[in-house]
Design a protein around this ligand. Structure first.
Ligand code: PLP
Length: 578
């Protein structure tokens, strides 16, 4: 891994993530009143647009797609996506539409269906499902307990009573693989508001979460013997999904801003099929924001550079973004950002304009498949998310979905529909995202401050995360007794893994679990440096501090550091300042 950028400790405003008008400029142009460079769609446009458009269908297993709900500005005046059919695997190309699901297009009011095995909803033992949810912006658990709203979904709210767009009779039955129309409409509007893709014919398919979506996507684009390009350290499940496809991950060098475009270009420009015994790769799997495990976050400039390499080498990008909305204010040593109580959301325009634009928002060709998930922003057990991309790619994705997960669970669908569509709306949802972003910022501050206090600064360094849920800690192997015993020669992989395991076990013996960096290494057994991943997502503040203190004990023990002799390096000279 390339050296990280210098630690940022000053309390400055990080403007690298501010959206400029040339890209996803909706918020900026609305604020400044400039003539938009291209049509924009904001939360204020949702209602008038809905009033002029057809509502989502309210029959069981109805078809829908994003085009049914897009604004005029999106549908007109933008080019169409290019074809990426040449990148699809034989498996993906060979998929035929599901005969049974396809038959539903002949279904209209009054049709008597003796076709699909869709049970009658009278045999669903759920007349009503209720839940209590926070009322925006009173989002805390305590506030929800007192001021939360209880709602209930009935079996026939949509189909018989016409008072909703989704009910239990629809959600709990089989549905089309893209998901129910009411949610496709919400997600289409969300996509326009947040990403405003530069081409017109993008489509959406709901997924059973990004793990499942990634499995589908990798099978769509990866033949046996191919390489998939990714960050040097990457999401372990992605590696574990690629391996059984008889394919391999190839790690591209990275720094705190993620994948290095020059290295990506270099690998591709100098690809030697014979030496590598593999065709030139074209699939890039990347986690651009709050990357798992390194927390690296690609700036807009970095994304544009990588996209330019993708255009040059005709790559296809899988943009896996579960942490996209958890983009934080910069860390300031010794300071913990407080979450205002009552929570005061900023304006939606401000929130959106401070997010680093997505690949989807700069994708002029349609070479990006974006994976979104409700896991980290609503609940992992929802097993729900969505993918957005070029129509041809989404069509192939749906063919796969039809014969695998089909749709997220109907219980999730009805809960998400009620939360997002009936209660929060786009504003409430975005305010919720602001709230959890503030919560994770506070938690990030707690863990990083604890590291400053408890980890030996001569061997441990890090870059404070700018997004996500992870804190990635580098431990300097050259300070290990084995390195000294070897006369300063590079520590071999086996010894590195032993040292890593020893720290891991010593933490576990003290009742603390951390993740080994080697688990995330894109190419196994090529490690040259020692890292540990910690998460600030789960433990309460005092437990996080206690755990980091114990990690410090484990590292000191392994590196034979006597706490008495330690040079205490704090604040601006901590971490990566060497
Ligand atoms: N992608 C990345 C980068 C992740 O870090 C995770 C979860 O840790 C996932 C996907 C899994 O998402 P889901 O719960 O939607 O399957």
């Amino acid at each position: 891994m390339a050296p990280h950028a210098e630690i940022e400790v000053a309390g400055f405003t990080d403007t690298s993530s501010v959206v400029k008008v040339e890209v996803n400029d909706s918020a900026q142009t609305k604020i400044s009143g400039m003539t938009p460079a291209r049509p924009v769609f904001t939360i204020d446009d949702v209602l008038p647009h809905r009033q002029k458009s057809k509502p989502p269908p309210t029959i069981v297993a109805a078809f829908s797609d994003a085009n049914m709900f897009k604004s005029k500005g999106c549908l007109e005046g933008k080019p169409k996506a290019k074809s990426f059919a040449h990148r699809l695997t034989a498996e993906s190309k060979s998929r035929k539409p599901s005969s049974l699901k396809g038959a539903m297009k002949y279904f209209k009011q009054g049709t008597i269906s003796l076709c699909g095995g869709l049970p009658s909803s009278e045999y669903f033992p759920f007349e009503e499902l209720s839940a209590k949810i926070p009322t925006a912006p009173e989002f805390t658990e305590a506030q929800t307990a007192t001021s939360g709203k209880s709602y209930s979904s009935g079996k026939h709210d949509a189909t018989r009573d016409g008072k909703a767009l989704l009910d239990l009779s629809i959600a709990l039955n089989y549905g089309q693989s893209m998901g129910p129309g009411a949610l496709i409409r919400f997600l289409t509007e969300h996509t326009e508001i947040v990403h405003s893709p530069p081409y017109s014919d993008w489509d959406i398919c709901m997924t059973s979460g990004s793990t499942s979506a990634l499995d589908v996507a990798l099978r769509m684009f990866t033949e046996r013997g191919q390489y998939v390009l990714t960050e040097e350290y990457t999401f372990s499940s992605a590696i574990e999904t690629v391996v059984p496809l008889w394919a391999k991950m190839l790690g591209v060098k990275m720094d705190a801003d993620g994948m290095l475009p020059d290295d990506l270009d270099n690998i591709l420009s100098n690809w030697d099929e014979k030496a590598r015994r593999a065709p030139k790769p074209f699939l890039v799997y990347t986690v651009p924001t709050g990357q798992n495990p390194t927390a690296s976050t690609q700036s807009l400039q970095r994304r544009k550079q990588i996209y330019a390499v993708a255009e040059k080498h005709d790559l296809f990008i899988l943009e896996d973004e579960p942490y996209y909305f958890l983009q934080m204010d910069p860390f300031v040593s010794g300071h913990t950002h407080a979450v205002s109580s009552p929570f005061e959301p900023v304006s939606v325009a401000d929130f959106l304009s401070n997010l680093v634009p997505s690949y989807l928002s700069i994708d002029t060709s349609g070479r990006v498949l974006r994976l979104d998930s409700f896991s980290k922003i609503i609940a992992p057990g929802s097993r729900a998310g969505w993918v957005t991309g070029a129509p041809q790619v989404i069509e192939r994705f749906m063919r796969h979905n039809e014969v695998s997960a089909q749709t997220p669970s109907g219980f999730s669908l009805i809960a998400l529909y009620n939360l997002l569509e009936e209660n929060w709306g786009h504003k409430g949802f975005l305010e919720w995202l602001m709230f959890i972003r503030a919560e994770y910022t506070r938690r990030r501050d707690i863990i990083v401050n604890a590291c400053e206090e408890h980890l030996p600064s001569e061997v441990c360094s890090w870059v404070p995360p700018k997004a996500g849920m992870f804190h990635w800690i580098h431990v300097d192997l050259t300070r290990h007794p084995v390195y000294k015993a070897k006369g300063g020669k590079q520590i071999d992989v086996a010894s590195l893994l032993e040292i890593e395991d020893s720290v891991f076990t010593s933490c576990a013996e003290q009742g603390v679990l951390i993740a080994k960096g080697s688990w995330f290494r894109a190419q196994k057994a090529t490690d040259t440096e020692l890292f540990f991943r910690t998460t600030f997502a789960a433990a309460p503040a005092d437990k996080m501090r206690e755990a980091i203190e114990k990690v410090g004990v484990a590292i000191r023990k392994e590196f034979e550091i006597d706490i008495e002799d330690e040079i205490v390096v704090k604040g601006s000279t901590n971490g990566h300042a060497k």
